[in-house]
Design a protein around this ligand. Structure first.
Ligand SMILES: Nc1ncnc2c1ncn2[C@@H]1O[C@H](COP(=O)(O)OP(=O)(O)O)[C@@H](O)[C@H]1O
Ligand SMILES: [Mg+2]
Length: 235
């Protein structure tokens, strides 16, 4: 049995926006395992991003407990969460959040300059197949290439966990498949525990584990015996 990387116990998240309270998470009990690629599936508004942000230390749960290995995140101050994110977490979002005035290499160096044991920006960009585009600016790259720069930036610090929120949401399908291939290859090569949020149900076939989300709760979990490469999936 692989090690447990994340464990949550009855976490809730309530957004209090004055008149209405939104129950974004309504009692989530979850375990994520070392080296696994987990796909989190569910309709829009079901709480997927809220959960990912709590696991990644970008947000606090309202109630309940979250452990990263032996450390309880729900006890941490904002300052401790910042350190946790810096040391352990790589994020990939739907929109790439690159700095437009910096080249691909410089965007990745923003992270490698402050990380403990990073790979070089060149190595990270090589892993996502962008050796030849290192000195290009985001405006000179396609959406898929920009997302691969964002992935290089996320993996350059050798994170323990890679959290991806709709990483192909803004891409056409063939470009999206390339980005998913990169994520799967990083997971295979480094054993980086990876979570991919999506509402494209076919993506589940590339995962070790699939978690279905509905109304702020987990409705079902599946384990894949035979996961596919993204290029093998019938989209
Ligand atoms: N900052 C916020 N303030 C108020 N409500 C929010 C906020 N963020 C998310 N929500 C609400 O919480 C619910 C879950 O949102 P989210 O986690 O983004 O869902 P998903 O990622 O599955 O689409 C939704 O009803 C959403 O409108
Ligand atoms: Mg979302």
């Amino acid at each position: 049995m692989p090690d447990i990387v994340f464990r949550t116990e009855d976490i809730t998240k309530v957004y209090d926006t004055g008149d209405v309270k939104v129950h974004a998470l309504d009692g989530v009990d979850l375990q994520l395992y070392s080296g696994e690629l987990t796909v989190l599936l569910g309709p829009s508004g079901s709480g997927k991003s809220t959960l990912l942000n709590i696991l990644g230390g970008l947000d606090h749960a309202t109630d309940g407990h979250v452990w990263f290995r032996q450390t309880e995140l729900t006890d941490m101050t904002n300052r401790e969460l910042t350190k946790y994110r810096r040391d352990h977490v790589g994020f990939v979002f739907q929109f790439y959040n690159l700095v437009p005035s910096l080249t691909a290499r410089e965007n990745v160096q923003l992270v490698t300059d402050v990380a403990h044991d990073p790979m070089s920006a060149a190595e990270a960009l090589g892993l996502v197949g962008l050796d030849h585009r290192m000195d290009h600016f985001p405006s000179e790259m396609s959406g898929g290439e920009q997302q691969r720069v964002a992935i290089a930036r996320a993996i350059a610090k050798r994170p323990d966990i890679l959290l991806c929120d709709e990483p192909t949401g803004a891409l056409d399908s063939s470009t999206g498949i390339q980005v998913l291939e990169v994520l799967q290859s990083i997971n295979d090569r480094f054993g980086t525990t990876t979570v991919v949020i999506t509402h494209n149900a076919e993506i589940r076939r590339m995962a070790h584990r699939v978690i279905y989300f509905r109304d702020g709760k987990i409705s079902e979990t599946q384990v894949n015996d035979h996961r596919l490469a993204p290029s093998e999936i019938k989209w």
